[in-house]
Ligand binder design. Structure first.
Ligand code: IVH
Length: 684
C-alpha cells in the first residue's frame, strides 16, 4: 500500500464511489470544525478532495451542489465572528529541492533581484493557527484562523496554553501569531485524562488540538502549547521595529512568548538557498526525535523590504513557502483484528495491517483503542484505513476510507469471552476488562512479568519461561508467592541449582526495594511508575496507602480524581497479596518520608528537576525511571518537560530542545557530573 503523499488522489471509479467520497469529505470537515476528533487526517482528506476534483473534471454532469471542491474548509469552516487585522494566509507548498529552487527563482523575479536579506528557516508546526492579541500588556483575545478574513473567538482557551503568558512586560499592544499544538507528552497525558473521564481518545495530536481549542465546557482541562511564528501590529501599537522576520521573532521571544527558538529546530537565517536546503534536510533528520509534530519546514525571505516587494496573492504570501515533509500518515488495509489481555485484565483490540512504511519504520500493528472506537468509526475488516504514526507514538488507526469499499468488507467480531482465560468479560465501561481482573488466569502471567521487571522488583533472570513453569506447577499465583519459593522449587523450575541460588539472591534484594517499587509491582489499575512514586511519597507506608479513602487518594499529585475509586477498590482487593508480602518480610516503607530524615534537609528540597540526554560517568546506565527515583530520594520532584516551574535541568549527552528551552527560560543547567556531586550521598 502507498504512503499518502501530496501527489496521490483517491481513485473514484464510479458515481456511487464519488457520492460516498463527497459524503465522507463533508462529514470529516464537519467533525473537524466540530469537536476535531473524528476527522480524516490532512493528507487523506487532501487525497480524497483531489479524487473528487478529478472525478468532477471527467464527469461535470455529476457534480453535486454540496461538493467541497474549491470551498474554504470544504464549505463547512465556521464563519468566525472576529475580523482579522491582517488576513491570516496559508502557505504554498513545495515537495523537493527542485520545487524550492523554482520558488526562489519566482521570488527573485518578483523582487527584481536575488534574495539579499537571507532565508529564514523554521519548522512548520502541525497544529492549529492562532492569533493572540495583547493590549496594554495583557492577553485579551485569542482568534482562530477561520476563513482567513474572519476567525472564531477562542478566548475561553486563555490560561490553558503553555507558551502564551497572560501578561507581557512593557504594556505592549501587539498581535502574536503562531501555532497551537499538543506535544507528544501532552497528547499522551490528554488521552489519559480523557480515558479517566470516559471520553474517546484523540486519534492524533492535531485533531486533539483542534477539538481542545473549541471545547468550552469540558469537566477537565487539557494543556496545549503555543509557538509563535509571526506578529502583526494591533491598534497601530508601533511595537514591531525589527527589520526582518528574525528580529521580530526576537522581539516576541523577549516578551516571554514562546517561539521555535526554544527548540533544537528553531529559526535560523542563511545567506544562500543551498544552506537553507541543507537545514531543511537536517530538520527532517531530527523530526522523529522531536517532542512535537511537524509536517514541513517553512522557508521565508527574512528582510521585510523583500517581503513587501514580493507581496501576497489571495491565498499565500509570495515571500514564504512550506517545504512539505513526507506525511506521518499512510493508507493501508485492515487485514484482521486481534484481541489481547493486558496485565490488569484490560482487553484491547489491535489492528493487523498490510505492512506500510510511515515516518521511517514499517508498521504492521496499530491500536484500535476499545470496542467503542470500532463501533463509532464503523470500521470493517478489509477496509482501507488511515494510519497515523509519529516518533514514538503508538501507531493508531484513524478512519476507514468509506469511499474505497468494495462490498467485500466484513464486520469486526467482538469477543464474547475473555480471549485470555475464556471467562466472562466486564463490558460495563468503554474499556472492556476480563471479569477475573489481573488475578484471573489470563492476567496472571503478564502481571507477574510486570512485577519482576526492572522498574519494579528488578528480579533479573526470572524470565517468562521460568515464571510459566512456576505458575503451571501451582507454586505461584501472585507476586508474593515468589518470596516463599524454596531453593529446590526454583531449581526444578529453572533446571539449575546455580540459577536457583542467583534467583534467591535477587529475591532477597527485592525485599529491600523501596515502597514505590513494591507498590508498582502490585499492578494496581490506572497506576504506573510515575503514579506509584507519587503515591509512595505521599503516604510513606503501605499501611497508610491501604487506609486511604478515594478522597485522600485524589490529594496525590498527578492522580486523576476520576480514577481514585477504582484504585482504592483494587488496593483493597489486593489485601491478601499485600499481607503475604508483609509476611515474607518485603519492605513496606518509602525511604525519606514522614520521619526525621524529612525532605527539608535534602539537597534537592524544593527543586523541580528535569533530566535530558544520555547519562554517563557516575550516573551511567540509569534509565529515566531510575533518575526520577534518585531525584525524589534526594528530596526533589521529577518531571518530563521543562516549564517555568523547572528549577534544575540535568543536561546529558545529546541534550537538545529541553536544553534550549531551559536556556531561554534562564533555568539552572547542571552537567551530569555537577548533578552527581549534588546528590552523591543518594547514589548507591
Ligand atoms: S507562516 C503569511 N510559519 O501553516 C504567513 N505558518 O499552511 C503564513 N504554520 O496557517 C504563515 N508553522 O497555521 C507560518 N513556521 C510557520 C508555520 C506556519 C505552521 C501553519 C500556519 C498556516 C499554515 C499554512
Amino acid at each position: 500500500m502507498t504512503t499518502t503523499t501530496a501527489a496521490t488522489a483517491v481513485p473514484l471509479t464510479d458515481r456511487s464511489a464519488y457520492t460516498r467520497a463527497v459524503e465522507q469529505a463533508l462529514a470529516a470537515s464537519a467533525a473537524y470544525y466540530g469537536d476535531g476528533e473524528t476527522a480524516l487526517d490532512d493528507a487523506s482528506y487532501d487525497a480524497l478532495a483531489r479524487g473528487i476534483a478529478a472525478y468532477e473534471l471527467a464527469h461535470p454532469g455529476h457534480v453535486r451542489a454540496d461538493s467541497p471542491t474549491g470551498k474554504v474548509g470544504g464549505g463547512v469552516a465556521p464563519v468566525g465572528e472576529v475580523a482579522h487585522t491582517v488576513a491570516m494566509l496559508s502557505l504554498d507548498n513545495v515537495f523537493d529541492a527542485e520545487g524550492l529552487v523554482k520558488w526562489d527563482a519566482s521570488l527573485a523575479r518578483r523582487i527584481d533581484h536575488p534574495v539579499e536579506g537571507g532565508y529564514a528557516v523554521e519548522p512548520k508546526l502541525d497544529g492549529a493557527a492562532l492569533a493572540a492579541r495583547y493590549r496594554d500588556g495583557r492577553l485579551v483575545q485569542l482568534v482562530g484562523r477561520g476563513n482567513g478574513t474572519q476567525g472564531e473567538d477562542l478566548s475561553h482557551a486563555i490560561g490553558s496554553i503553555a507558551g502564551l503568558p497572560a501578561e507581557v512586560p512593557g504594556g505592549v499592544t501587539v498581535e502574536v501569531r503562531g501555532e497551537v499544538l499538543l506535544t507528544r507528552e501532552q497528547f499522551e497525558r490528554a488521552n489519559e485524562i480523557r480515558a479517566a473521564h470516559g471520553a474517546k481518545p484523540f486519534s492524533n495530536p492535531r485533531n486533539g488540538t483542534a477539538g481542545t481549542l473549541r471545547a468550552k465546557d469540558r469537566p477537565y482541562t487539557i494543556e496545549t502549547t503555543f509557538f509563535a511564528y509571526g506578529a502583526v501590529e494591533l491598534d497601530g501599537g508601533g511595537f514591531l521595529t525589527g527589520a526582518g522576520h528574525e528580529a521580530v521573532m526576537d522581539q516576541v521571544a523577549a516578551l516571554g512568548v514562546q517561539t521555535t527558538s526554544a527548540t533544537e529546530i528553531g529559526l535560523r537565517v542563511y545567506a544562500t538557498l543551498t544552506e537553507a536546503q541543507a537545514r531543511v534536510e537536517e530538520i527532517q533528520r531530527l523530526r522523529p526525535g522531536l517532542p512535537f509534530g511537524i509536517d514541513g519546514v517553512v522557508v521565508k525571505a527574512n528582510a521585510h523590504a523583500e517581503q513587501q516587494a514580493a507581496g501576497s496573492g489571495t491565498r499565500h504570501p509570495h515571500w514564504a513557502v512550506a517545504y512539505k515533509l513526507p506525511p506521518v500518515e499512510a493508507r493501508t488495509r485492515l487485514l484482521a483484528v486481534e484481541w489481547n489481555v493486558g496485565r490488569t485484565g484490560h482487553i484491547a483490540p489491535r489492528a493487523v495491517l498490510e505492512p506500510v512504511e510511515v515516518d521511517g519504520s514499517t508498521v504492521t500493528y496499530a491500536t484500535l483503542h476499545n470496542p467503542a472506537f470500532i463501533r463509532n468509526t464503523g470500521l470493517k475488516v478489509g477496509d482501507t484505513v488511515v494510519l497515523y504514526k509519529a516518533g514514538d507514538i503508538i501507531p493508531r488507526v484513524e478512519a476507514p476510507m468509506v469511499a474505497l469499499r468494495t462490498g467485500e468488507e466484513t464486520d469486526i467480531v467482538l469477543p464474547e469471552a475473555c480471549p485470555g482465560c475464556g471467562g466472562d468479560i466486564d463490558t460495563s465501561g468503554e474499556r472492556w476488562e476480563c471479569a477475573g481482573g489481573a488475578s484471573g488466569g489470563c492476567g496472571r502471567l503478564p502481571s507477574l512479568r510486570y512485577a519482576v521487571g526492572r522498574d519494579q522488583l528488578d528480579i533479573d533472570g526470572l524470565g517468562v519461561t521460568y515464571l510459566e513453569a512456576l505458575v503451571e506447577a501451582g507454586l505461584v499465583d501472585d507476586v508474593a508467592d515468589l518470596f516463599f519459593l524454596t531453593r529446590e522449587q526454583l531449581a526444578e523450575a529453572t533446571g539449575s541449582d546455580k540459577r536457583a541460588d542467583s534467583l534467591l539472591d535477587r529475591l532477597a534484594k527485592a525485599k529491600e526495594q523501596p515502597l514505590n517499587r513494591v507498590f508498582c509491582a502490585l499492578g494496581v489499575v490506572r497506576t504506573g511508575r510515575t503514579l506509584s512514586r507519587e503515591i509512595a511519597r505521599h503516604f510513606g507506608t503501605m499501611d497508610a496507602i491501604r487506609a486511604a479513602t478515594p478522597d485522600e487518594l485524589t490529594e496525590v499529585n498527578k492522580l486523576p480524581g476520576a480514577n481514585a475509586p477504582k484504585i482504592a477498590a483494587h488496593i483493597a482487593a489486593l489485601g491478601p497479596v499485600i499481607d503475604k508480602l508483609v509476611e515474607a518480610g518485603v519492605n513496606m516503607t518509602e525511604p525519606g518520608t514522614g520521619d526525621a530524615d524529612g525532605t527539608g534537609s535534602k539537597p534537592l528540597a524544593g527543586e523541580a528537576v528535569v533530566v535530558t540526554g544520555g547519562m554517563h560517568g557516575p550516573l551511567a546506565g540509569r534509565n529515566r525511571n531510575e533518575m526520577n527515583e534518585l531525584i525524589e530520594r534526594a528530596g526533589g520532584t521529577a518531571s518530563g518537560s521543562v516549564s517555568k516551574k523547572t528549577t534544575i535541568l540535568v543536561a546529558g549527552e545529546g541534550a537538545g530542545s529541553k536544553l534550549a528551552k531551559a536556556e531561554q527560560l534562564g533555568t539552572r543547567v547542571l552537567t551530569e557530573d555537577e548533578f552527581a556531586a549534588l546528590v552523591a550521598e543518594y547514589l548507591s
